[in-house]
Design a protein around this ligand. Structure first.
Ligand SMILES: Nc1ncnc2c1ncn2[C@@H]1O[C@H](COP(=O)(O)OP(=O)(O)OP(=O)(O)O)[C@@H](O)[C@H]1O
Ligand SMILES: [Mg+2]
Length: 253
């Protein structure tokens, strides 16, 4: 669905990304992990036409999208949920949703916004409250729902779990797998909560200092002990638990 070939990108004259080759296959979850400052957000910004692409190709459904304006990308079915500040605090939850559906006629946006409460029942309770009064987890659900308002085929999600308590972050992760499993949406997701993201992900890339250091199955990256402990803060004992759980599952089949 999305393919990035030999991408060099950054800001003004500052080069941040070097020769990235990344693919997000249709209806799968592709996870980008890596330490702070690795260039993960810059990658998403390059796709969305926010950062500067120096060279390379960005193909969406086999057509080049490099240099296209953000609202054109939204029309084509690409939805971006940024890392921070992604809801309008002074507006109600309903108005945030309607705002996100600005590409649709008013009545259609309203119906679509109401349908979001079927996908995220938690939003129903808060539909008339100001978004600024929501908890971190509720706000993240609203941000995903706002991304869904545009009927995306591809969603770019930047660190949805940041600053959330582990149990709430887990809920958000489960919602992301539902987007793939129930709505068939292709996901390209940047995550700090690397272990959990790799568990729900299909394909994974490890980025370090603007370069890709690992490309492969998400599960395979989870078993790369050295890379996991050096760059992702996943300790070997946690990996052991993952392997033990896996082998006991295999044994029970
Ligand atoms: N607008 C900008 N202008 C100049 N440099 C920037 C800009 N935005 C980010 N950078 C720099 O680009 C580098 C990569 O930043 P980026 O935000 O892409 O990293 P990241 O992998 O998303 O990190 P984090 O995990 O902390 O979110 C950093 O050195 C950062 O300071
Ligand atoms: Mg970032």
């Amino acid at each position: 669905m999305l393919r990035i070939n030999n991408l060099y990108a950054g800001y003004d004259k500052l080069q941040i990304l070097f020769d990235l080759n990344i693919e997000a296959p249709g209806k799968g979850i592709t996870v980008i992990v890596g330490p702070n400052g690795a260039g993960k957000t810059t990658l998403l910004c390059s796709i969305m036409g926010i950062a500067k692409v120096f060279s390379g190709e960005i193909l969406y459904e086999d057509l080049p999208i490099k240099g296209e304006l953000t609202h054109n990308l939204a029309r084509k079915g690409i939805s971006y949920v940024p890392q921070m500040g992604n809801v309008f605090a002074e507006l109600s939850v309903m108005d945030n949703l309607k705002m996100a559906g600005y590409l649709m006629p008013g009545e259609e946006a309203k119906i679509k916004a109401e349908s979001m409460t079927d996908i995220f029942p938690v939003l129903k309770k808060f539909i008339n409250r100001k978004a600024g009064t929501l908890s971190g987890g509720e706000r993240r659900m609203l941000a995903i729902a706002m991304g869904l308002m545009k009927n995306p085929k591809l969603m770019l999600l930047d660190e949805l779990s940041t600053d959330l308590a582990p149990i709430i972050a887990e809920k958000v992760m489960m919602e992301v797998s539902r987007l793939r499993d129930e709505l068939g949406i292709t996901i390209l997701m940047v995550e700090q909560m690397a272990k959990r993201a790799l568990e729900i992900g299909d394909t994974a890339y490890l980025m370090v200092s603007g370069e890709v250091r690992f490309t492969g199955k998400a599960d395979d990256l989870l078993h790369e002990t050295e890379l996991c402990s050096m760059y992702l803060g996943i300790k070997p004992e946690e990996q052991d638990i993952a392997s033990i759980e896996e082998s006991s599952l295999e044994g029970s089949e």
